[in-house]
Design a binder for this molecule. Structure first.
Ligand SMILES: Cc1ncc(COP(=O)(O)O)c(C=O)c1O
Length: 286
């Protein structure tokens, strides 16, 4: 098993120990990032580290490492992971305080920093051929979904409901709007336009989402609008897909057991996915 970076040291995962008073363990008081590398090359490194910096800033934790230090750690993990496609996980918690108290420790304590790498799982043959299923569930999350917080209980419960229903993703619905997936952003083709929810406190600004939007605006494959997707209009969509760093553009061909459009992977997804795969080979960090 590849070593992990833990508070300044490289150790085997089972040797990395946190205190029971770590605020991540007690309160979920921390944030995380997931950065993909394809064929050994990082994709969207700066954007992911920028988002990590924003998440930390929003919860008043000083970024514990410089950009060069993050980069060196991440590079080492990728080179040691026995897989060409790797997902790098970063977690920073507020650290370990002397006692359990909701308020921040004063003076501040050193944050707990974990960075690990794991092989990225490939999509199943069936999903690549037929697309994936999704269910819709009420969005019971808080109002700062733009912070990539390690508090993931609502996301976990939603994803588990999807898995129990034989689906790959749960689409979260709040106030009549289909916002995003439990761990992905949502796109729908309705009336020949591609729609995705606008950035705001009710979604996580996905790096894959942004890279895809930039690509489409540069290449002009389809008109794209950042507008809320009404839940009932989701069922008028001819195509639906979700995006994330570890699943790229995942085509959704059934929602709540109804076919999306023709119930097959469609031409918009096919064209965008092809262009996106191309982008991944050219827009890489060292
Ligand atoms: C709630 C949520 N939305 C969207 C995303 C997609 O973000 P990204 O494309 O940066 O992986 C994720 C990724 O984990 C997520 O958890």
């Amino acid at each position: 098993m590849t070593q992990v970076y833990f508070n300044g040291h490289w150790v085997a995962p089972e040797q990395a120990q946190i205190s029971v008073f770590d605020r991540g363990f007690l309160f979920g008081d921390g944030v995380y990032e997931v950065i993909p590398a394809f064929a050994g090359r990082l994709f969207g490194l700066d954007e992911h580290l920028d988002r990590l910096g924003r998440s930390l800033d929003q919860i008043d934790i000083a970024d514990p490492l410089t950009r060069d230090e993050w980069f060196a750690i991440i590079k080492r993990l990728i080179s040691e992971c026995a897989s060409p496609d790797v997902s790098v996980y970063i977690q920073v918690t507020r650290g370990t305080a002397a006692k359990r108290d909701h308020a921040y420790p004063n003076p501040a304590v050193a944050p707990t920093v974990l960075v690990s790498g794991s092989p990225m799982a490939a999509l199943s043959e069936a999903i690549r051929r037929d697309g994936a299923q999704a269910i819709t569930v009420p969005d019971i999350r808080w109002s700062r979904c733009d912070i990539k917080s390690i508090n993931l209980l609502p996301n976990i419960m939603a994803r588990q409901q999807a898995v129990a229903a034989g689906a790959s993703e749960a689409i979260l619905v709040r106030d009549g709007l289909a916002l995003e997936g439990a761990a992905s952003n949502l796109f729908a083709v309705i009336d020949d336009e591609l729609l995705t929810a606008p950035i705001g406190p009710h979604i996580l600004g996905g790096i894959t989402r942004q890279k895809l939007l930039d690509m489409i605006r540069g290449q002009g494959q389809i008109p794209v609008l950042e507008v809320p997707i009404p839940f009932d209009r989701l069922f008028d969509a001819t195509e639906v897909f979700v995006t994330s760093s570890t699943r790229d553009l995942l085509p959704i061909t059934r929602i709540n057991d109804h076919p999306v459009g023709a119930g097959r992977i469609g031409p918009v997804w096919t064209a965008l996915n092809q262009a996106f795969q191309q982008l991944k080979t050219v827009q890489v960090s060292p």
